[in-house]
Structure formats: C-alpha cells, structure tokens
Design a protein around this ligand. Sequence first.
Ligand SMILES: O=C(O)CCC(=O)C(=O)O
Ligand SMILES: [Fe+2]
Length: 357
Amino acid sequence: MDLPVIDLSTYLATSHELSDADELSPELSRLCDDVSRSLRETGALLVKDPRCSVEDNDRFIAMMERYFESPVEFKRLQERPNLHYQVGVTPEGVEVPRSLVDEEMQEKLSAMPKEYQPHSPKGPDRKWRYFWRIGPRPSNTRFQELNSEPVIPDGFLEWKDTMDSWGYKMISAIEVVAEMAAIGFGLSKDAFTSLMKQGPHLLAPTGSDLQRYGQEGTVFAGYHYDLNFLTIHGRSRFPGLNIWLRNGQKVEVKVPVGCLLIQTGKQIEWLTAGDCIAGMHEVVCTDRTIEAIKLASEQNRSLWRISSTLFAHIASDAILKPLGHFAESPLASSYPPTHAGEYVEQELAIINLKGKK
Ligand SMILES: O=C(O)CCC(=O)C(=O)O
Ligand SMILES: [Fe+2]
C-alpha cells in the first residue's frame, strides 16, 4: 500500500489569507480532509514541502553520517546520562522499546495474526540517537527543562547551523500539516499550532551501524509509539521502517525522494480523543535494507543508517485534553486533562530516558 503524498504548496500559497470564518476553496478543503484522513487511518502521511529540499536533507544526513562514524570514545564525550540523555548523544543499548517493558502491549502483540506481528526485540534498541533542542522555551514554566547547554561535538564547525536549519524547516512543515489536519478534523485552524508554541521540540536523528548490525531481522528500534504530538522525518538512505495501520495491517514505508514522512504521536491521540491514534512502528533490517547496504558498499557510501527525525511537542504547560467536538466523544473520559509535561515525564521513565520517580 502506498501512502498518499500531499503537496503543501497549494495550502502554503493561500493559507495566510484564511481566517476560520473563510470558506475554503473545494481544493483546499479536499486537501485538508486528505491530511486528516491519512493521519486517522494510517497514523502516517507523506508530504512535499517546497521549503525543504533534497539538498537540505542530504547536508543534514551527510553531517550525521560523519558524526556517527566517529570512534565510540569520541561520541561518548557528547553523552549526558546525568541529564537523562535529554541533550547530546544516546549510545546504542540505552533506549528501551515500549514493547519490551509493557505487558499489556505484549499480550496484544501475541494476539495479532502472525504476518502482522512485529519483530520481538531481545533487549534495548541498537540505534544511537542525538538530541538537539529546536525553538524557544518558556522562561516561566512548571516543567523547567534540565538547565543544560546544547552539546556540540568538537570539530563540527557546521553543527549548529546544520541542525538549526534542518530543525526549523521540519517545524515549519509540521505546522502546516497541523493546521491542515485541524481544519480536516473540524477544529479551528490554530487548534493544534497554538498549543505547540514554545513546545520542547527535539531534533532527534538516529544512527544505526549497518556494518555491524546488517543482518536481516536485527531490530534497530523495537515496536513503539512516539510520545510527542507529530513526528517528521526526511527520507532515510536505508529503508527499514514498518508502520501499523489502524486496521492492524503492517506496512513497509517507502518514502519517495523529496518527500517527508509524518507520524502521529500520543499527544494528537489525546487531543482528538482517540479519533486519531498514535501510530505504532518499528525499524528493522529487512531484505530491502540489505539491498541498499549492498549498493552503498559498491558505491563506497556510509553504512550508517541515519534518520532525520524531529519530534514536535505540545508545550509542556499546555493541557492535553480532547479539543472542540472531540470533548463530546464517548472515548473522551479515557483522555483526562493532563499537563503535557507531566505525561512526557511519565513516559520517559518507562523507556529509560529519565530517572524513575
Ligand atoms: O530510525 C527511524 O527511522 C525512526 C526511529 C523512531 O521510530 C524513533 O526515533 O522514534
Ligand atoms: Fe518512533
């Protein structure tokens, strides 16, 4: 199954003229419906944003390849375990996939038809990760983020520029998708984006060593959902991401060149009272990954699989609760009003990225 690709250009060209009272053109209205439908039915969406070019994505990936190829001793200088890895690098073997620790999830998995069952990880994820904060944070908050400087590896003069420029572009693309989705869900245009302001957005590329772990079936990121609002990735040079549709079907994602992949996280599920649910996914070494490894070796290219991932969040001090007409949903009581920051802290404790309280 191919996911639809939505070109954001049409919306971008006219959206500044739209106020909520305005009648949308039939074309824009159809596009917004397509966005919300894809998020609802598949937990994912492919978009093309004219502001995010293939060259931007390539520049970002090339720098991250160079970083992850560096010796382990060098990378560990950017590790901040005392700050629960919320800035800098997280080595492989630290992040624990939800499916490994959540017994309820494990029961659901064993009830799935065999062909749709995810790979069962034997331990923590094989992927490395880098966290880089994007965007301003509130000066006055109940959820003071760890007061730490961003971590810049020595010898990477282009680091800040490359990270910020990719990060801000990804946020801009997410904001457009969030507006279009809000319209498609029958909410006001800024229903989601107003809650994203000053959110703890994280640019969070992953790096998986395919030379070491390039055997079919190796789990780079075990079956999980993302705890944020929406996740966006540029195209990875190596396939391997599987997603689960709402109907339980497992789909291998193919991101066309020049496209970005959006995935739904738990916070959009909360805001829509489960009309849209957090998309389950895993990253594993598949036969297509192995084909791409062979080609990359022949062409002398890097054998690190980089994801150009950004996690967009609802602001920590904002309240997660079903918005607008979703408050009337019979499922609304499963999503009680909760500070986004409190919810995130609970989840991080489970996946090993924050001291358990
Ligand atoms: O590595 C990827 O492609 C995505 C990893 C992932 O699911 C995550 O970082 O949450
Ligand atoms: Fe994920």
